[in-house]
Design a protein around this ligand. Sequence first.
Ligand code: F3S
Length: 278
Amino acid sequence: MEIYIAKEAGFCFGVKRAIDLALKTSNEEVKFNTFGEIIHNKQVVSKLQEQGINPIEDLREAQYENIFVRSHGVPKKFYEEAEALGLHIIEGTCPYVKKIHKLAEKYSQLGYTIIIVGDVNHPEVVGIQGWAEGIIYVVNSKEEAENLPKNIEKACIVAQTTITGEKWEQVLSEVQLHINDLIIENTICEATRVRQLAAEELSKEVDMMLVIGGKHSSNSIKLYEVCKKHCKNTYHIETINEIQMINFGNCDKIGITAGASTPDWIINEILNALKKMH
Ligand code: F3S
């Protein structure tokens, strides 16, 4: 059995930055909670909990005077609430997400409708929505874009950082038909794009693809979808335990990719287990 790893896989810049910042900042004197789980990876969250870094879902539950904002970002009102409670912010928002907040804030203040292409329930999208001051729509497919009001005069369209380029193009082609004054800001993250591209290329060459990542990780789910198109034998796994359940049958070539929130140690653990199996 031959094992191939996608050219780009695992921790992206923003996630690495947030984890490094959390670990560097945490010590005997500086303690903090994270607002929500720091990344969509249970194993990493557990590791941080061992060091006393616990997630909370409500600012009023804060155990310490510091609160860590994860890479997905938060709505503007979060900062006001934290200030009112006397909490000090440790800023882990990815700069690429921060850039989208600024776009949403700026163009909504100029009277533009904001259109976000992405999943309305994803924390990143919830955060972006919270920076727009006027009318805002979230659409996640061409069909949803078709249902947008036809009387929008001017709009700024942005993307959740982890959506596929294909989805962006489909939605954009629909939106462009109806809005004359349209500011187009393709905010799909380069890290996402290159991971999807590398996964797609590899999935065309192998008999089986393993996508390693949190089951709730949006970008891992997208990688799974991209690979599944080209390789029917694609599995989304989170930990080493799940490889026991997979029938490797006659697979000679196994491809591996991993979401932007999957740490190297999980990838290596699975890699080593595969090498031992065959
Ligand atoms: Fe940031 Fe892109 Fe990662 S937006 S958190 S570098 S996927």
